[in-house]
Write a protein that binds this ligand. Structure first.
Ligand SMILES: [Zn+2]
Length: 472
């Protein structure tokens, strides 16, 4: 083989395997290159050299419980029974361990290759690899071995090394690891390189990340909020372990519109303003808002809209329409149009009905009347009656600020027609519109409740820490 051919064999290709892709980006980042395709043969050799040296350093610690044993401990979830963490290392000499790890991580000789294609990228494989080298992510039934008569996955050298580099692209916990994947290549490049930047030091030193993980889903939320560019694809959260005690893989997905909406919540000034209220809306006595928000994001955008509506209803019940509620109302509208893809005409109709109701309430200038309206949300018959009643009143005796009927036939249909599938949701949205408009009108009735002036004092400490930019 010529030298050029050899170098050709060191080029990293992106496959369809999410974990190989995370590892390939990690290799690129370790070589200070943006993309795996841009990684030179030399950069590849250097990156592989670095991770081998780190593996040796960890192996020489021998004890996973020692002060610098974090990477050794974490390696059990990636490369169990490997030369790096083999139980016999305790009684071996340093030199012996060094040689064994190097041998394990060395590119197989040309003559020893099996003559088959890599299952991931189709280039010539250098061997078959099982659980010691690759998280197989199969069920517990197959753990600790590959099925009888099966040699493992045929992999080429760069694909195999992508798996060796995988830990650098993950949030390491010591137990199951958290990886974030997307088909948006720019997102992958930025997110993995940030992670590698931090991990290369922690892994070299064998120290755990001092920052606690609030929930695995929050790792994804943080990454989305850190990303500068528009997302072109959704994200997947992979939580996996290759450990002998239980081989697991759990995947959660978030579609592009919601991922992009969450990203923008950190970027656009008006949405940034609404974010603290979004966290407050999700906060429960047992969990910070950021955890509930991140979990809801992987389950359904409807759950986020529901939490916002409940929070706004609670504030209305106090007869108070503050800036935080108005900002959250604005954020709710963007969720409804960008993520839930509600018809824009219908949104506009509900917004204008909300503006009329708000004008009527502002003219009354009474927190009691606002509470009364808010309470109708619980029962559609009552809301229907309330709106019909006020409609007639305003037609008989015009109210300043209210133009024409309080509510039109079309709007009425959107809110109450049994044929309209989302009518209940439209009613929630009506309340959101009322909040938004009342704030614009400067609604401050004399009989409003004495509410803690400083909402921030009610914030959950962990949410405050998250907003300050502390990670996951
Ligand atoms: Zn390959």
């Amino acid at each position: 083989m010529s030298e050029d051919d050899q170098d050709e064999g060191l080029l990293v290709a992106l496959s369809a395997h999410p974990l190989q892709r995370v590892g390939a980006y990690a290799l690129a980042a370790l070589a200070r290159t943006t993309t795996p395709e841009g990684l030179s043969a030399e950069g590849f050799r250097d990156a592989v050299g670095t991770i081998t040296e780190h593996a040796i350093t960890a192996a020489l610690v021998r004890d996973t419980k020692s002060e610098r044993g974090f990477w050794l401990k974490a390696s059990l979830s990636f490369f169990p029974n490997s030369k790096m963490n083999h139980h016999t290392n305790a009684r071996r000499e340093d030199e012996e361990i060094r040689a064994a790890v190097r041998l394990w991580r060395r590119e197989p000789e040309y003559g020893a290759r099996p003559g088959v294609a890599c299952v991931l990228c189709g280039r010539a494989a250098v061997g078959f690899f099982g659980k010691v080298d690759v998280p197989l992510a199969e069920s517990d039934l197959y753990r600790n071995n590959t099925p009888r008569g099966h040699l493992g996955m045929a992999l080429c050298w760069p694909c195999l090394c992508s798996f060796y580099a995988l830990p650098y692209g993950c949030r390491l916990t010591g137990g199951p690891s958290i990886a974030l994947h997307s088909w948006d290549e720019r997102f992958m490049a930025r997110t993995v390189s940030r992670r590698v930047e931090r991990n290369r030091q922690l892994i070299a030193l064998g120290l755990p990340d001092s920052r606690a993980i609030r929930a695995k889903e929050v790792v994804a939320l943080q990454a989305l909020r850190d990303h500068e560019d528009r997302l072109t694809a959704g994200v997947e959260l992979l939580v996996f372990s290759n450990n002998n005690r239980g081989q697991t893989l759990e995947i959660q997905s978030m579609d592009q519109p919601l991922a992009e909406w969450l990203r923008r919540s950190a970027r656009q000034p008006s949405r940034r303003r609404g974010f603290p209220a979004l966290l407050r809306a999700h906060s429960t006595p047992d969990r910070p808002g950021v955890v509930n928000l991140a979990r809801n994001a992987f389950r359904s955008p409807e759950l986020i809209a529901g939490a916002c509506a409940r929070y706004l209803a609670k504030r209305l019940d106090q007869g108070v329409v503050g800036a935080d509620a108005a900002d959250l109302a604005e954020l709710s509208f963007s969720l409804v149009t960008e993520v839930m893809r509600m018809n824009q005409n219908e949104v506009d109709e509900i917004r204008s009905a909300g503006a009329q109701v708000a004008a009527w309430l502002a003219a009354e200038n009474s927190a009691g009347k606002l509470r009364e309206f808010n309470a109708t949300l619980k029962e559609q018959k009552r809301m229907r009656h309330w709106l019909m009643r006020r409609n007639i009143d305003t037609l008989l005796a015009p109210v300043p600020g209210v133009d024409g009927p309080l509510i039109t036939d079309d709007q009425f249909r959107l809110l109450f027609d049994p044929e309209v599938e989302q009518a209940w949701f439209h009613r929630q949205l009506l309340v959101v519109s009322v909040v938004r408009r009342l704030h614009e009108l400067g609604f401050t009735p004399a009989d409003r409740a004495q509410v803690a002036a400083d909402l921030a004092a009610e914030d959950n400490d962990e949410d405050v820490a998250f907003m300050k930019g502390e990670e996951s």
